[in-house]
Design a binder for this molecule. Sequence first.
Ligand SMILES: Cc1cc2nc3c(=O)[nH]c(=O)nc-3n(C[C@H](O)[C@H](O)[C@H](O)COP(=O)(O)O)c2cc1C
Length: 184
Amino acid sequence: MLVGHASAAGSTREIAERIAAGLGDVADVVVRPLGPDVDPDEFDAFVIGSAIHNQEWLPAAVAFLDRGRSTLAHRPVWCFSVGGAAPRGPVSRAIIRMELERIAKSFPPGLVPRDHPVFAGIVVVDGLPLWGKLFWLALGGRPGDHRDWPAVDRWAADVATALAELRRDGARSPAHPLRPSPGS
Ligand SMILES: Cc1cc2nc3c(=O)[nH]c(=O)nc-3n(C[C@H](O)[C@H](O)[C@H](O)COP(=O)(O)O)c2cc1C
């Protein structure tokens, strides 16, 4: 399984590494930054995450989904996004829903992840344009490290459970995308 990430300042990479650690018991996990050197055909399942910038995924993550579209359409895919806001309160929840809809529109047609949470990351407001600062303040946000590691661990455990079920089903079904290869 690939845990691929697109991270500008490192918080998404660290979340990806944490997710990979939580999956280790059920899958051979490779954690990689998403780039042109990552071949989707080498993996039987995917967790793909990106930082959110300006309500979009980073170009490296969008490009990977696009490049791997035919492979990913037939294999299990989970996505996660990392933004500045923890989903607290109706306004921030509504904004996060809007962001997720916008991000999903950048996915190739037919790619529907099995789940797609938004995790809070690290917020540095110094470099943000004025509208970005106002947006963040409107969410009731504060600068700092907002990562919720127990939430990340819970999600990794859910993915691990789903993956183990898929592998069990795969062992029973010849056409299953996660069918173990002979001798494994
Ligand atoms: C230029 C810029 C734009 C951002 N835009 C958004 C945004 O639209 N929505 C959001 O929730 N967070 C936004 N953020 C916050 C980042 O998603 C957050 O800092 C995240 O932890 C960055 O991940 P990284 O450390 O992996 O780069 C933005 C941050 C920057 C620097």
